[in-house]
Every structure is written in C-alpha cells, then in structure tokens.
Design a binder for this molecule. Sequence first.
Ligand code: 13P
Ligand code: SF4
Length: 362
Amino acid sequence: MNISINGISDQLKNEIRDAALNARSHRGAMLSADQREFYREKIKKLLIERDAVLVVHYYVDSELQILAEETGGCVSDSLEMARFGYEHPASTVVVAGVKFMGETAKILSPEKKILLVEDDANCSLDLGCPAEQFSAFCDQHPDREVIVYANTSAAVKARADWVATSSIALKLIQHLHDQGKKVLWAPDKYLGDYVQRQTGADMLMWDAACVVHEEFKADALEALKKQLPDAKVLVHPESPADVIALADAVGSTSQLIQAAKDLGAKKYIVATEMGIYHKMKQVAGDDIELMPAPTAGEGATCESCANCPWMKMNDLEKMADVLENGGNEILIDENIRQQAEVSLKRMVEFGKKVGVTGRSSH
Ligand code: 13P
Ligand code: SF4
C-alpha cells in the first residue's frame, strides 16, 4: 500500500521544541494545602454563579480531575470532552486541557462561552500542521478523503472531510477503506502509520509527532519487560511503531484505562502521559503499580519524561481566575467554525453509530 510522508521543515520542528521547553518552564503552580482548599471552594462557588461546567482531560493534574467529578463535570479523552461540552446544558464550559480541546468545544457549541484554563496550552501536533501549508497539500491530492486528528486547529479541521480522535481513527479509516476510498491523514505520523498497518488503507501522511509519545524507546522498554515479566504494557498509538509492537494493549487514553482494568495485571508499564495514572488507579484498583515506559536509553536525558508540558500548565489558580474574570475565551471566525463543524459532527455521529465513546466504564 502507498504511504508517503509530507515533511515539515526543520525550522518548524525547532520552533515546536522551543515552544515545548517554554511551556515546561511555566508549569502550574505548586500550592500549599490551604491554598488548594481556598481555590477549590472558590471554583465550586463560581461554577454555580456562572452557570459553568468543567471539562478536563485525563492528562491534567489529578486535583483538577477530582474537582471536575465532584462538581458534575467530565474527565475523559478528547472525544468525550467534545461530546460532553456539546450536550451539557451549562452556558459556560471551562476546558482544562490544551487549545484544540477548547476550540473543538466552541466549534460544536457556538452559543456557549468556552473558557480555556491556560491560553498558551498548545500541542506539538497542532503546531506541526499550519493551516496554509496543510491546505496546499490537500489541494495537490483532490482524489483523497481528508481526515485530520482532533489535535489540530479549527482552520485545519475546516479543510477536512472528517475529524478523528485516537478512539475512533481505526474504525473510521477501516470504514473508508472498505468503501474503496484513499485517505490523506494528518498530522500524527505514528498514529497514521499504526492505522495504516492495521487496516491496509491507502494513506498519504503528514509528518508531525507528539513530543511526549515520540520519546518512548523500544530497546529500553524491551529490557524493562525482561526485568518485569509480570508487567503488562499499555501504549498510546502516538508512539513509534517499535514501541507499539511491544504492547499488550494499544489505544486512546480511555481505551488504555479500560485495558488496565480488563487485563487484570498488578503491574503496568505505561507509554503515555502520567496524568492518566489517577484515573487508571480509580478504575483498575488503587493497588496496581504503574510505571512510565522508558523515554531514553541508559544515561540519556529526556525532554518530556512522559509529561505533556502544555497539559501541565493547567492549575487550580488559573481555573479560578478564568471563571472569575471570564478570560481566555475561545473565539473562532464564523466561516471557519461552520466548515469545521461539518467534519467534527460527522465524527460524533459516526462514533454513535459504531458505539465508540471516549470514556472508560467507571
Ligand atoms: P486521547 O484522544 O486519547 O485522549 O488523546 C489526546 C492526546 O492529546 C493524546 O496525546
Ligand atoms: Fe499534544 Fe502530545 Fe500533549 Fe497530547 S500529549 S496534547 S498529543 S503534545
């Protein structure tokens, strides 16, 4: 089958790396127990006053996940975040995650006020797929169905026929392949490669990667597996192919949480962001042992160490601030929003049809 990769420039790769390092130096504040309690109470009060609900990704600090659940909000993967914000009656949705998650909520719910806890929380995949360059690439391949990962800007989604999250990418591309369609996939080359190998679809790829998952290393993981023969390996498909090849389960964040429960092991090596441990333990049992998959060979340093620098910018203080002052509101050009809504809603409807939700059963 035909796989070809459209390269992004070294300059853009360097800019993304710099942005990640910059984000890492603006990590959420470490608060004392009294400060945490103060902000928790303040947020609870403001949520009622502002008719607002919290929508939180599994990768953000567990404190924010706990608060979202205590206040009737949502903690989930990116597919369920989109669906929940859309269906919830609150007039304001506060998103703790990264920018594309806030934009997705706004695309689906234009009448709602969508506030992002951290305005600078980006994603290397989104940054690695500039809309103009991407659109020119699509123009060169009019014979292909354009599918973009949810981790993209509203303008990139507007250029696509479909959006897909990692929960749904496999089923969606299988479906299109079964209909004889050729695919243009962007931006995550590893997820694209994984889906291509699973489905045999004819896929043309963009060349971006997640700075967190790209760092997991197969040789070190193989050595760790030998040391821990009882441990099962859980891998997000944004990881390189040789890491995926060592997995006992491959899937989106919600699918990995479910796998931690279903596989029934007591020890897991986890190749995804460490924020997920909170929900994994909640769902699969507090007594399971979780450890990060190695991000480098012996003696080397890693850039992210299984921590997303942008997800980790979210904190209680910033959440209280946006609720109080209405800052970081997501606004999208209406033309772009309407076009992006078409491709996003197709994904949501397809998800309902094939029974894929973005939540583990808990
Ligand atoms: P999920 O859709 O699996 O939650 O993934 C989002 C993400 O950013 C993974 O790095
Ligand atoms: Fe983006 Fe990777 Fe962070 Fe997910 S973990 S938000 S893909 S940079």
